[in-house]
Design a protein around this ligand. Structure first.
Ligand SMILES: [Mg+2]
Length: 254
């Protein structure tokens, strides 16, 4: 039985992929970018004289922290340069910042308190697992959902239209009239979750047990450098499509 199991082991990723494909088709959930999105990403980005406001969407586990599961609890380790990174986002004057995580609300609260401390009021939103439109079964079964930025844009654009969006971290809030692929950056270690709007995502390497033990991780410092370029772009998705974060790092590393 054991040898039969091990002989079938290489098929498991393939079986998982097929199951995911069938479920996606059956549930009629979109699994690729829309034509409209791709059209926007083909409009060339130009370098602006002054930075323009950008929305930064932050994943938590694997991106800003590592949560180690133990029998009784989960220990949260903060990624190196996290304080510098958060301070940069909140004080630069060009970023609106929100959290979007697949963690449950109760776990999200623990991580957000540790990461943002007394600055958490500056976040324009904290979205957890309950903000993905999952069925009760999907919510409980640890289904991994996509982060569909259309949900974010629809929600905040109606807030902007009603004058309800707090823009207290922006220097020039009047310059922001709408949120869309040209001015949104999702920072997430998972490529799977960002596949509906892939050119709006920065993928730092996953902050895991090995990284947290090594102590030499500097991904957040590298992201600050990348955002210093991004904030001057007229079309974030177009720029990131041609100059993705990972490739930039390979070039810088040479
Ligand atoms: Mg993650």
């Amino acid at each position: 039985m054991g040898s039969l199991f091990s002989s079938l082991w290489p098929l498991r990723p393939f079986r998982s992929f097929c199951t995911w494909l069938i479920r996606s088709f059956w549930s009629k959930k979109r699994t690729s970018p829309t034509k409209q999105y791709l059209n926007v990403t083909s409009i060339p980005s130009i370098i602006l004289v002054q930075p323009s406001p950008k929305l930064i969407i932050l994943d938590l586990n694997g991106t800003l922290v590592f949560r180690k599961k133990t029998k009784k609890t989960r220990k949260v380790t903060l990624r190196p340069f996290l304080k510098e990174f958060i301070d940069y986002l909140f004080t630069d004057g060009n970023f609106l910042v929100m959290v979007w995580t697949t963690a449950r609300p109760e776990n999200t609260k623990i991580m957000v308190d540790l990461i943002f401390e007394n600055q958490k009021e500056k976040l324009i939103a904290i979205w957890s697992r309950d903000k993905f439109g999952l069925s009760k079964r999907e919510y409980e079964r640890h289904t991994v959902p996509f982060k569909d930025l259309d949900m974010v844009w629809n929600y905040f654009n109606s807030q902007i239209a009603n004058g309800n969006l707090s823009k207290n971290t922006l220097k020039n809030s009047s310059e922001l009239s709408t949120l869309d692929p040209t001015n949104t950056v999702l920072i997430d270690d998972s490529r799977f979750k960002t596949q509906l709007q892939p050119f709006n995502a920065i993928h730092p390497c996953e902050f895991d047990l090995k990284c947290s033990r090594n102590g030499d991780d500097s991904e957040l410092k590298k992201i600050i450098k990348y955002l210093e370029v991004i904030k001057y772009q007229s079309n974030v998705a177009a720029y990131m499509k041609d100059n993705p974060f990972s490739v930039q790092e390979e070039i810088a590393g040479k």
